[in-house]
Write a protein that binds this ligand. Structure first.
Ligand code: ADP
Ligand code: ASP
Ligand code: MG
Length: 439
């Protein structure tokens, strides 16, 4: 069985949904199709939640009605048969009735997550109706029945596998299953999600859970590019990446993949293919265990980074110092991305600054602490063999005009990370593009 995921832009217009239907029916391979919400919907739902959070009910209502109008138009162009249009309208109305109820009840985080789930619930129902209209035998598998996260808010792959396998065993008929990306239930049984962009993660988890033959991520670009196409003029698609390289790029900011979306596929050794819905013949990117050339493959950048420097003369020759520092981050469940050390100081970066004040207060017991916000990690990914000369040299040559706050090299052979102020991100990516790829 294959898993095919289609992102927001791939289902964001009626004609795109029609095209997705063609793509999934062009062979007889059994498949699970994971869909995102129509493009713009999750952002609109986030905005509705924000209006509710500040108790601006009029604003929330106006946003809800604007979104409903969008869906009404969408249905008209998606479906031809009047009875299916009426059915689609009834489904949409049910979801919007729920959204209108949120205006009358007290707002909290759990309710916000219910609101955020409406996008994927609607897109999958509409798509299933369209498949019915064109006579395709398909079955909707509700993600809320099998996607689970545990107490650590991490997906519970064993439980997902158990539940999904049981659901599939009951269904002997169709060979096409449709399910929602992004949404899940948490250990308390509440509706939750896998964070923004989480449909990629769903696809990888579903693929791993059923030991799929392949996972395909269909999006609006022809694969993973060598640099962020939103920032840099000339970029090109990379034909092959290893799981490690893809995981680094996803984690360090390549928006095409959710940061955590590689590990489930990697764990089960399932090939991931990144493909373009608007250009289905394009080769895209294949992500697998195979590593290809020993060279720089791609660049990515992750914003919103906070750098923390702890300076302590007492650290000199002291063992156990790093452990004490790390324990503070562990206590506040805050992952560290980069780390550099000198004899008297340690610098680390975090991207989740929720507990920054508390962390800093505890770190101050060990020395002076300096915090720099608004930093960006620039990540150079490839397959760097330790003896290979020139890579670091090339990076430095490219970045003579960019102040670099931290450098991390040698932690893995796939990643060289540099930290710079956010204001230098565009310049750094552009200059590295020119210098490392001759573009
Ligand atoms: P979807 O809605 O299909 O999940 P996303 O918008 O989440 O699509 O991801 C695709 C977008 O990721 C592309 O349109 C592109 O602008 C952006 N992107 C950022 N970095 C890269 C990269 N290195 N390669 C390809 N796309 C990238
Ligand atoms: N709809 C969700 C989002 O916009 C999940 C996804 O598209 O992957 O973040
Ligand atoms: Mg995405």
């Amino acid at each position: 069985m294959q898993v095919l995921k289609f992102g927001g832009t791939s289902v964001g217009k009626p004609e795109r949904m029609h095209q997705v239907a063609q793509l999934i029916t062009k062979d007889n391979e059994p498949k699970i199709v994971v869909l995102s919400a129509l493009s713009g919907t999750t952002n609109a739902l986030v905005a509705i939640g924000e209006s509710l959070a500040k108790s601006d009910k009029d604003e929330a209502k106006a946003k809800i009605e604007a979104l409903r109008a969008h869906y009404y138009t969408f249905i008209q162009d998606l479906l031809k048969k009047e009875e299916l249009r009426a059915e689609a309208k009834a489904i949409i109305d049910e979801h919007f009735e729920f959204l209108l109820i949120t205006l009358k009840i007290s707002f909290n985080e759990a309710l916000n997550r219910d609101i955020l789930a409406q996008g994927e619930l609607m897109s999958t129902k509409l798509f299933t109706l369209y498949l019915e209209e064109i006579g395709v035998d398909a079955k909707l598998l509700p993600a809320l029945e099998f996607m689970r996260t545990n107490e650590e808010h991490e997906p519970d792959l064993d439980l997902i596998s158990e539940k999904l396998t049981a659901l599939l065993e009951k269904e002997k008929g169709p060979s096409i299953f449709i399910t929602q990306g992004y949404i899940c239930k948490n250990f308390k049984g509440e509706i939750d999600n896998l964070q923004r962009g989480g449909s990629d993660y769903t696809a990888s988890l579903v693929g791993a859970a059923i030991q799929a033959t392949e996972i395909q991520i269909w999006t609006d670009i022809d694969g993973m590019h060598n640099n962020d196409p939103r920032v840099v003029d000339k970029t090109f698609p990379i034909a092959e990446l290893s799981f490690d390289e893809a995981a680094e790029l996803a984690y360090f900011g390549a928006k095409i993949l959710h940061p955590a979306s590689i590990w489930p596929a990697q764990k089960m050794g399932i090939t991931v293919r990144l493909l373009n819905t608007m250009e289905p013949e394009a080769k895209g990117t294949v992500i697998s265990t195979a590593t290809t050339s020993d060279d720089v493959k791609a660049l990515a950048a992750k914003d919103g980074i906070t750098a923390i420097k702890i300076k302590s003369t007492r650290m000199l020759l002291a063992y156990g110092f790093l452990r004490k520092i790390f324990e503070i981050f562990e206590k506040y469940r805050t992952p560290i991305d980069m780390i550099t050390t000198s004899e008297v100081a340690v610098s680390v970066t975090i991207d989740d600054a929720t507990y920054l004040t508390k962390i800093v207060a505890e770190l101050e017991k060990f020395g002076t602490v300096e915090v720099d916000r608004n930093q960006t990690i620039i990540c150079v990914v490839g397959n760097f063999v330790a003896e290979r000369k020139g890579v670091v040299n090339n990076i430095f040559e490219a970045l003579t005009s960019v102040p670099i706050r931290m450098i991390s090299y040698g932690g893995s052979r796939h990643n060289i990370s540099l930290l710079t102020d956010r204001s230098y991100k565009e310049e750094a990516l552009q200059k590295l593009n020119t210098h490392l790829f001759d573009l």
